[in-house]
Design a protein around this ligand. Sequence first.
Ligand SMILES: NC(=O)c1ccc[n+]([C@@H]2O[C@H](COP(=O)([O-])OP(=O)(O)OC[C@H]3O[C@@H](n4cnc5c(N)ncnc54)[C@H](O)[C@@H]3O)[C@@H](O)[C@H]2O)c1
Length: 343
Amino acid sequence: MEQLPSLATILEDAGAALSRGVLLVCDTNTEYIAKKILGSQDRPLCVLESGETRKGWASVEHIITAAKGAGLGRDGLFIGIGGGVVTDMTSFAASVYMRGARLCLISTTLLGMVDAAVGGKTGFDLLGIKNLVGTFFPASHIYMPLDALKTLPPREWKSGMAELIKTAVLDSAICDAVPRVETGETQVSLDKLKALGPFSVTNGVPSTLGELIERAVLVKGRIVEADPKEQGTERALLNLGHTFGHALEAAAGLGNLSHGEAVAWGMVRACELGLVLGITPESRARKITEIIAAYDYETTAPHPSMTDAALFMQALAGDKKRKPVNLPLLFPMHSGRSWFLRI
Ligand SMILES: NC(=O)c1ccc[n+]([C@@H]2O[C@H](COP(=O)([O-])OP(=O)(O)OC[C@H]3O[C@@H](n4cnc5c(N)ncnc54)[C@H](O)[C@@H]3O)[C@@H](O)[C@H]2O)c1
Protein backbone atom coordinates (compact mmCIF):
# COMPACT_ATOMS: atom_id res chain seq x y z
CA MET A 1 0.00 0.00 0.00
CA GLU A 2 1.09 3.54 -0.66
CA GLN A 3 -0.42 5.48 2.22
CA LEU A 4 -0.45 5.10 5.98
CA PRO A 5 -3.50 3.26 7.29
CA SER A 6 -5.75 5.19 9.66
CA LEU A 7 -6.33 3.93 13.18
CA ALA A 8 -9.94 3.21 12.24
CA THR A 9 -8.81 0.96 9.37
CA ILE A 10 -6.32 -0.88 11.59
CA LEU A 11 -8.94 -1.52 14.27
CA GLU A 12 -11.52 -2.60 11.74
CA ASP A 13 -9.07 -5.00 10.07
CA ALA A 14 -8.09 -6.45 13.46
CA GLY A 15 -11.73 -6.72 14.48
CA ALA A 16 -10.78 -4.91 17.66
CA ALA A 17 -13.10 -2.63 19.58
CA LEU A 18 -11.42 0.32 21.27
CA SER A 19 -12.91 -0.70 24.60
CA ARG A 20 -10.54 -3.69 24.60
CA GLY A 21 -7.55 -1.41 24.69
CA VAL A 22 -4.93 -0.48 22.16
CA LEU A 23 -1.27 0.49 22.53
CA LEU A 24 0.78 2.06 19.75
CA VAL A 25 4.54 1.44 19.99
CA CYS A 26 7.09 3.42 17.97
CA ASP A 27 10.58 4.87 18.33
CA THR A 28 11.73 8.48 18.34
CA ASN A 29 12.13 8.43 14.54
CA THR A 30 8.76 6.86 13.79
CA GLU A 31 6.81 8.81 16.40
CA TYR A 32 5.73 11.24 13.69
CA ILE A 33 4.23 8.30 11.74
CA ALA A 34 2.39 7.04 14.82
CA LYS A 35 0.98 10.53 15.36
CA LYS A 36 -0.19 10.72 11.74
CA ILE A 37 -1.96 7.38 12.20
CA LEU A 38 -3.57 8.62 15.40
CA GLY A 39 -4.74 11.88 13.84
CA SER A 40 -6.91 13.64 16.38
CA GLN A 41 -7.45 10.48 18.46
CA ASP A 42 -5.94 10.36 21.90
CA ARG A 43 -4.62 6.81 22.44
CA PRO A 44 -1.71 5.49 24.52
CA LEU A 45 1.59 5.75 22.68
CA CYS A 46 4.82 4.13 23.88
CA VAL A 47 7.88 5.85 22.38
CA LEU A 48 11.18 3.94 22.58
CA GLU A 49 14.69 5.21 21.98
CA SER A 50 15.74 4.14 18.48
CA GLY A 51 18.42 1.72 17.36
CA GLU A 52 19.83 -1.75 17.89
CA THR A 53 21.48 -0.75 21.20
CA ARG A 54 17.96 -0.24 22.60
CA LYS A 55 16.75 -3.67 21.50
CA GLY A 56 16.93 -5.06 25.01
CA TRP A 57 14.87 -6.11 27.99
CA ALA A 58 14.56 -2.51 29.28
CA SER A 59 12.63 -1.49 26.14
CA VAL A 60 10.48 -4.62 26.25
CA GLU A 61 9.67 -3.90 29.90
CA HIS A 62 8.79 -0.34 28.91
CA ILE A 63 6.28 -1.67 26.35
CA ILE A 64 4.74 -4.14 28.81
CA THR A 65 4.51 -1.46 31.51
CA ALA A 66 2.82 0.90 29.03
CA ALA A 67 0.37 -1.85 28.04
CA LYS A 68 -0.58 -2.50 31.65
CA GLY A 69 -0.87 1.24 32.28
CA ALA A 70 -3.15 1.53 29.24
CA GLY A 71 -5.38 -1.18 30.68
CA LEU A 72 -4.84 -3.68 27.89
CA GLY A 73 -6.43 -7.04 28.53
CA ARG A 74 -5.56 -10.24 26.75
CA ASP A 75 -7.73 -9.14 23.85
CA GLY A 76 -6.01 -5.75 23.68
CA LEU A 77 -4.15 -4.78 20.52
CA PHE A 78 -0.42 -3.95 20.24
CA ILE A 79 0.41 -1.88 17.14
CA GLY A 80 4.15 -1.81 16.36
CA ILE A 81 5.16 1.10 14.12
CA GLY A 82 8.76 1.16 12.95
CA GLY A 83 11.67 -0.83 11.60
CA GLY A 84 12.74 -4.31 12.63
CA VAL A 85 13.86 -3.22 16.09
CA VAL A 86 10.43 -1.85 17.05
CA THR A 87 8.45 -4.61 15.33
CA ASP A 88 10.59 -7.42 16.83
CA MET A 89 10.22 -6.02 20.36
CA THR A 90 6.53 -5.11 20.08
CA SER A 91 5.83 -8.58 18.72
CA PHE A 92 7.75 -10.17 21.60
CA ALA A 93 5.90 -8.07 24.17
CA ALA A 94 2.54 -8.97 22.59
CA SER A 95 3.49 -12.66 22.55
CA VAL A 96 4.16 -12.82 26.30
CA TYR A 97 1.68 -10.20 27.57
CA MET A 98 -0.95 -12.15 29.50
CA ARG A 99 0.27 -15.21 27.55
CA GLY A 100 -0.46 -13.59 24.20
CA ALA A 101 -2.38 -10.51 23.09
CA ARG A 102 -3.33 -9.23 19.63
CA LEU A 103 -0.73 -7.77 17.31
CA CYS A 104 -0.49 -5.81 14.11
CA LEU A 105 2.58 -4.19 12.55
CA ILE A 106 3.21 -1.14 10.42
CA SER A 107 6.61 -1.57 8.87
CA THR A 108 8.45 1.67 8.10
CA THR A 109 11.88 0.55 6.80
CA LEU A 110 12.80 -1.26 3.59
CA LEU A 111 14.45 -3.97 5.69
CA GLY A 112 11.31 -4.36 7.76
CA MET A 113 9.10 -4.61 4.69
CA VAL A 114 11.16 -7.19 2.84
CA ASP A 115 12.09 -9.20 5.91
CA ALA A 116 11.73 -8.29 9.60
CA ALA A 117 7.97 -7.69 9.75
CA VAL A 118 7.16 -10.90 7.89
CA GLY A 119 7.27 -14.42 9.25
CA GLY A 120 6.41 -14.19 12.94
CA LYS A 121 9.86 -14.13 14.55
CA THR A 122 10.05 -11.84 17.58
CA GLY A 123 12.89 -11.03 19.92
CA PHE A 124 15.44 -8.83 21.59
CA ASP A 125 19.18 -8.84 22.26
CA LEU A 126 20.63 -10.03 25.57
CA LEU A 127 24.20 -10.59 26.85
CA GLY A 128 25.48 -8.89 23.68
CA ILE A 129 23.91 -11.64 21.53
CA LYS A 130 21.49 -10.71 18.77
CA ASN A 131 17.95 -11.94 19.30
CA LEU A 132 18.99 -14.30 22.10
CA VAL A 133 15.46 -14.17 23.48
CA GLY A 134 12.46 -14.54 21.21
CA THR A 135 9.26 -16.30 20.29
CA PHE A 136 7.27 -17.14 17.19
CA PHE A 137 4.19 -14.92 17.12
CA PRO A 138 2.87 -13.80 13.72
CA ALA A 139 0.96 -10.50 13.51
CA SER A 140 -2.61 -10.73 12.30
CA HIS A 141 -2.06 -7.78 9.93
CA ILE A 142 1.08 -6.19 8.50
CA TYR A 143 0.99 -2.85 6.68
CA MET A 144 3.78 -1.63 4.42
CA PRO A 145 3.05 1.99 3.52
CA LEU A 146 5.59 3.07 0.89
CA ASP A 147 4.93 6.70 1.91
CA ALA A 148 6.73 6.03 5.21
CA LEU A 149 9.95 5.34 3.30
CA LYS A 150 10.16 8.99 2.20
CA THR A 151 11.97 9.89 5.43
CA LEU A 152 14.20 6.81 5.60
CA PRO A 153 17.91 7.81 5.78
CA PRO A 154 20.19 6.62 2.90
CA ARG A 155 22.08 4.22 5.19
CA GLU A 156 18.82 2.46 6.06
CA TRP A 157 17.89 2.14 2.37
CA LYS A 158 21.21 0.46 1.86
CA SER A 159 20.64 -1.78 4.86
CA GLY A 160 17.31 -2.97 3.45
CA MET A 161 18.89 -3.53 0.06
CA ALA A 162 21.09 -6.23 1.61
CA GLU A 163 18.08 -8.31 2.71
CA LEU A 164 16.53 -7.71 -0.72
CA ILE A 165 19.70 -9.08 -2.34
CA LYS A 166 19.53 -12.06 0.03
CA THR A 167 15.97 -12.74 -1.06
CA ALA A 168 17.04 -12.24 -4.67
CA VAL A 169 19.55 -15.04 -4.24
CA LEU A 170 16.64 -17.29 -3.27
CA ASP A 171 14.36 -16.16 -6.09
CA SER A 172 15.25 -15.78 -9.74
CA ALA A 173 12.57 -13.17 -10.52
CA ILE A 174 14.06 -10.74 -8.01
CA CYS A 175 17.58 -11.69 -9.06
CA ASP A 176 16.72 -10.54 -12.58
CA ALA A 177 15.30 -7.28 -11.24
CA VAL A 178 18.19 -6.38 -8.95
CA PRO A 179 20.77 -5.81 -11.70
CA ARG A 180 18.08 -3.85 -13.55
CA VAL A 181 17.99 -1.18 -10.83
CA GLU A 182 21.74 -1.30 -10.40
CA THR A 183 23.95 0.86 -12.55
CA GLY A 184 27.29 0.28 -10.89
CA GLU A 185 27.25 3.49 -8.82
CA THR A 186 25.79 2.68 -5.43
CA GLN A 187 24.28 6.05 -4.70
CA VAL A 188 22.83 6.21 -8.19
CA SER A 189 21.32 2.78 -7.89
CA LEU A 190 19.87 3.48 -4.44
CA ASP A 191 18.43 6.77 -5.72
CA LYS A 192 17.02 4.90 -8.66
CA LEU A 193 15.51 2.34 -6.36
CA LYS A 194 13.88 5.05 -4.28
CA ALA A 195 12.58 6.82 -7.37
CA LEU A 196 10.88 3.74 -8.73
CA GLY A 197 7.18 4.41 -9.03
CA PRO A 198 4.58 2.08 -7.66
CA PHE A 199 3.66 -1.18 -9.31
CA SER A 200 4.35 -1.93 -12.91
CA VAL A 201 5.37 -5.35 -14.10
CA THR A 202 7.56 -5.96 -17.12
CA ASN A 203 7.47 -9.47 -18.52
CA GLY A 204 6.56 -10.86 -15.11
CA VAL A 205 9.73 -9.49 -13.51
CA PRO A 206 9.30 -6.94 -10.71
CA SER A 207 10.71 -3.61 -11.81
CA THR A 208 9.44 -1.16 -9.24
CA LEU A 209 10.00 -0.80 -5.54
CA GLY A 210 6.45 -1.88 -4.71
CA GLU A 211 6.84 -4.93 -6.94
CA LEU A 212 10.19 -5.84 -5.43
CA ILE A 213 8.80 -5.61 -1.90
CA GLU A 214 5.72 -7.59 -2.84
CA ARG A 215 7.83 -10.28 -4.45
CA ALA A 216 10.20 -10.44 -1.47
CA VAL A 217 7.23 -10.87 0.88
CA LEU A 218 5.85 -13.67 -1.30
CA VAL A 219 9.22 -15.44 -1.35
CA LYS A 220 9.63 -15.19 2.42
CA GLY A 221 5.97 -16.08 3.00
CA ARG A 222 6.33 -19.22 0.89
CA ILE A 223 9.41 -20.34 2.82
CA VAL A 224 7.91 -19.53 6.23
CA GLU A 225 4.71 -21.40 5.40
CA ALA A 226 6.73 -24.49 4.56
CA ASP A 227 8.69 -24.33 7.84
CA PRO A 228 7.00 -21.87 10.25
CA LYS A 229 9.18 -22.62 13.31
CA GLU A 230 12.45 -23.35 11.53
CA GLN A 231 12.34 -27.00 12.46
CA GLY A 232 13.30 -28.25 9.02
CA THR A 233 15.85 -26.93 6.56
CA GLU A 234 13.55 -24.66 4.51
CA ARG A 235 13.37 -21.61 6.77
CA ALA A 236 17.10 -21.73 7.46
CA LEU A 237 17.54 -20.55 3.84
CA LEU A 238 16.47 -17.11 5.04
CA ASN A 239 19.45 -17.05 7.39
CA LEU A 240 21.91 -16.84 4.49
CA GLY A 241 24.85 -14.76 5.69
CA HIS A 242 23.31 -14.20 9.13
CA THR A 243 25.64 -16.34 11.22
CA PHE A 244 28.64 -14.37 10.02
CA GLY A 245 26.60 -11.14 9.94
CA HIS A 246 25.31 -11.44 13.52
CA ALA A 247 28.79 -12.30 14.76
CA LEU A 248 30.19 -9.26 12.96
CA GLU A 249 27.48 -7.02 14.45
CA ALA A 250 28.46 -8.26 17.91
CA ALA A 251 32.21 -7.95 17.28
CA ALA A 252 31.83 -4.43 15.88
CA GLY A 253 29.67 -3.46 18.88
CA LEU A 254 25.89 -3.80 18.48
CA GLY A 255 24.51 -0.77 16.64
CA ASN A 256 27.76 0.29 14.98
CA LEU A 257 27.01 -1.50 11.72
CA SER A 258 23.53 -1.67 10.24
CA HIS A 259 21.97 -5.13 10.12
CA GLY A 260 22.11 -5.07 6.31
CA GLU A 261 25.77 -4.04 6.18
CA ALA A 262 26.64 -7.00 8.40
CA VAL A 263 24.42 -9.44 6.49
CA ALA A 264 25.89 -8.36 3.11
CA TRP A 265 29.40 -9.06 4.42
CA GLY A 266 28.17 -12.32 5.92
CA MET A 267 26.76 -13.46 2.57
CA VAL A 268 30.20 -13.08 0.98
CA ARG A 269 31.69 -15.16 3.79
CA ALA A 270 28.94 -17.76 3.35
CA CYS A 271 29.81 -17.91 -0.38
CA GLU A 272 33.48 -18.43 0.45
CA LEU A 273 32.57 -21.15 2.89
CA GLY A 274 30.26 -22.77 0.35
CA LEU A 275 33.14 -22.82 -2.11
CA VAL A 276 35.51 -24.36 0.44
CA LEU A 277 32.94 -27.02 1.33
CA GLY A 278 32.24 -27.65 -2.35
CA ILE A 279 28.51 -26.93 -2.04
CA THR A 280 28.34 -23.55 -3.85
CA PRO A 281 29.07 -23.36 -7.57
CA GLU A 282 31.88 -20.92 -8.31
CA SER A 283 29.74 -18.94 -10.81
CA ARG A 284 26.98 -18.47 -8.21
CA ALA A 285 29.39 -17.35 -5.50
CA ARG A 286 30.96 -14.87 -7.95
CA LYS A 287 27.59 -13.45 -9.04
CA ILE A 288 26.39 -12.94 -5.46
CA THR A 289 29.69 -11.31 -4.47
CA GLU A 290 29.60 -9.05 -7.54
CA ILE A 291 26.09 -7.82 -6.77
CA ILE A 292 27.05 -7.12 -3.15
CA ALA A 293 30.21 -5.29 -4.23
CA ALA A 294 28.21 -3.27 -6.80
CA TYR A 295 26.13 -1.88 -3.96
CA ASP A 296 29.31 -0.77 -2.25
CA TYR A 297 29.16 -3.10 0.74
CA GLU A 298 32.36 -4.18 2.43
CA THR A 299 33.32 -7.58 1.04
CA THR A 300 36.83 -8.16 2.37
CA ALA A 301 37.79 -10.12 5.49
CA PRO A 302 38.47 -9.27 8.18
CA HIS A 303 35.88 -6.46 8.16
CA PRO A 304 37.45 -3.07 9.05
CA SER A 305 35.01 -2.72 11.98
CA MET A 306 36.02 -6.07 13.42
CA THR A 307 38.51 -4.87 15.97
CA ASP A 308 38.18 -7.86 18.26
CA ALA A 309 38.61 -11.18 16.45
CA ALA A 310 38.11 -13.17 19.66
CA LEU A 311 34.72 -11.54 20.14
CA PHE A 312 33.80 -12.48 16.58
CA MET A 313 34.74 -16.12 17.20
CA GLN A 314 32.86 -16.10 20.49
CA ALA A 315 29.75 -14.70 18.77
CA LEU A 316 29.99 -17.34 16.04
CA ALA A 317 30.21 -20.06 18.65
CA GLY A 318 27.19 -18.61 20.46
CA ASP A 319 24.99 -18.66 17.37
CA LYS A 320 21.56 -20.15 18.03
CA LYS A 321 21.57 -22.60 15.13
CA ARG A 322 25.19 -23.60 15.12
CA LYS A 323 26.42 -26.80 13.54
CA PRO A 324 30.02 -27.94 13.89
CA VAL A 325 32.06 -27.81 10.70
CA ASN A 326 35.77 -28.24 10.36
CA LEU A 327 37.17 -25.63 8.08
CA PRO A 328 40.43 -25.30 6.32
CA LEU A 329 41.76 -21.80 5.71
CA LEU A 330 38.91 -19.28 5.40
CA PHE A 331 40.23 -16.18 7.09
CA PRO A 332 44.00 -15.85 7.38
CA MET A 333 43.72 -15.14 11.08
CA HIS A 334 41.56 -18.15 11.91
CA SER A 335 42.95 -20.93 9.78
CA GLY A 336 42.35 -24.51 10.82
CA ARG A 337 39.84 -23.69 13.56
CA SER A 338 36.51 -25.36 14.14
CA TRP A 339 33.70 -23.01 13.13
CA PHE A 340 30.09 -23.08 14.08
CA LEU A 341 27.70 -21.76 11.55
CA ARG A 342 24.27 -21.38 10.15
CA ILE A 343 24.17 -20.82 6.40
N1 LIG B 1 11.99 -10.88 12.86
C1 LIG B 1 12.69 -11.14 11.77
O1 LIG B 1 12.41 -12.10 11.04
C2 LIG B 1 13.84 -10.24 11.39
C3 LIG B 1 14.41 -10.36 10.11
C4 LIG B 1 15.44 -9.47 9.78
C5 LIG B 1 15.88 -8.52 10.70
N2 LIG B 1 15.31 -8.46 11.93
C6 LIG B 1 15.74 -7.47 12.92
O2 LIG B 1 15.43 -6.20 12.40
C7 LIG B 1 16.33 -5.24 12.98
C8 LIG B 1 16.81 -4.30 11.89
O3 LIG B 1 15.68 -3.64 11.37
P1 LIG B 1 15.81 -2.20 10.70
O4 LIG B 1 16.93 -2.20 9.74
O5 LIG B 1 14.46 -1.82 10.23
O6 LIG B 1 16.34 -1.32 11.92
P2 LIG B 1 15.66 -0.22 12.87
O7 LIG B 1 14.34 -0.66 13.33
O8 LIG B 1 16.70 0.09 13.89
O9 LIG B 1 15.49 1.03 11.91
C9 LIG B 1 16.62 1.66 11.38
C10 LIG B 1 16.63 3.15 11.74
O10 LIG B 1 15.67 3.82 10.92
C11 LIG B 1 14.78 4.57 11.75
N3 LIG B 1 13.52 4.58 11.02
C12 LIG B 1 12.62 3.58 10.90
N4 LIG B 1 11.65 3.93 10.06
C13 LIG B 1 11.92 5.18 9.64
C14 LIG B 1 11.30 6.07 8.73
N5 LIG B 1 10.22 5.72 8.03
N6 LIG B 1 11.83 7.30 8.57
C15 LIG B 1 12.97 7.65 9.24
N7 LIG B 1 13.63 6.85 10.07
C16 LIG B 1 13.11 5.61 10.27
C17 LIG B 1 14.78 3.84 13.07
O11 LIG B 1 14.38 4.70 14.11
C18 LIG B 1 16.25 3.45 13.19
O12 LIG B 1 17.01 4.55 13.63
C19 LIG B 1 17.45 -6.03 13.62
O13 LIG B 1 17.33 -5.96 15.01
C20 LIG B 1 17.23 -7.45 13.13
O14 LIG B 1 17.63 -8.41 14.08
C21 LIG B 1 14.30 -9.29 12.29
